[in-house]
Design a binder for this molecule. Structure first.
Ligand code: DGL
Length: 270
């Protein structure tokens, strides 16, 4: 048993998709979240910058005494080498492997779509994770660089004309490939899952990388006997590196609870 908090991080709001699932699966656990809102988006940056930011995010969570880390950012999860994550003093779960395994298991036809940031698509991380699990997989990946700023700015309504136009444009090649499963390979995207589902149609299963990461983390905590002693009443605290306004507003909508009292500003040192 271990009563220390779980650490979760992302470049901004996206990782809340992992927090929502974790809080549902493990309601007694304390969770410390870090959203690097001053430097979002990560997905259009260089590999070296993403590595630097990701390592700083992890150092911050370690300074809060967490017992395990969920990297609820596909961009960082695609970029950090295993030699680094394996050497961390606490267990580390990245969303890419978890979502890749779920997609490989759920797809009937093996035709799998991946939408993600430019950095995640460029890294080839999903292809590398799926191929050993499904030799017959036919993958179609599409970078959607404008989704993250649109989501961070709150254009979340299912019929928002800007979001719908972007989704139509980005998803056209995925639809043309006839996929039966689509990985939301950026943890921000479940916030516009309704618009994406409308574009893809009812025959396509969406895989939520944040939620899959949370499930993988629960399995790991169970296996290593690291769950806390409570079954209810876990505390959620949120740290953001820039203004918490949008974060509080959209986060409250998304998590279904008021965050205003639990958001703390924290600036990472360059
Ligand atoms: N939500 C993140 C991801 O899963 C990061 C998006 C970004 O900052 O570009 O990739």
């Amino acid at each position: 048993m271990d009563n220390r908090p779980i650490g979760v991080f992302d470049s901004g709001l996206g990782g809340l998709t992992g927090v929502r699932e974790l809080a549902k699966l493990l309601p007694g656990e304390d969770i410390v979240y870090f959203g690097d809102t001053a430097r979002t988006p990560y997905g259009s940056r260089s590999r070296d910058t993403i590595l630097r930011y990701g390592k700083q995010d992890i150092e911050f969570l370690l300074s809060k005494g967490v017992k395990a880390i969920l990297c609820a950012c596909n961009t960082v999860s695609s970029t950090l080498p295993e030699t680094y994550t394996d050497a961390l003093p606490v267990p580390f779960v990245g969303v890419v492997r978890a979502a890749a395994a779920a997609a490989a298991a759920r797809s009937a036809s093996g035709r799998i779509g991946i939408i993600a940031t430019a950095a995640t698509v460029r890294s080839g991380s999903y292809e590398a994770a799926i191929r050993p699990l499904r030799a017959d997989a036919r993958l179609t990946a599409q970078a959607c660089p404008l989704f993250v700023p649109v989501i961070e700015n709150g254009y979340l309504d299912r019929r928002n004309p800007i979001t719908v136009t972007l989704a139509r444009e980005y998803l056209a090649p995925i639809r043309a490939a006839g996929v039966d499963t689509l990985i939301l390979g950026c943890t921000h995207y479940p916030l516009i899952a309704g618009t994406i589902a409308d574009e893809m149609g009812p025959g396509v299963t969406l895989v939520d990388s944040g939620a899959e990461g949370a499930l993988a983390l629960r399995r790991l905590l169970e296996e290593r006997d690291l769950l806390c002693g409570r079954v209810q009443g876990g505390n959620l605290s949120f740290y953001v590196s820039d203004s918490g306004e949008n974060f509080a507003e959209i986060g409250a909508l998304f998590l279904g609870r008021d965050l205003s009292g639990g958001i703390h500003p924290y600036t990472l040192l360059e």
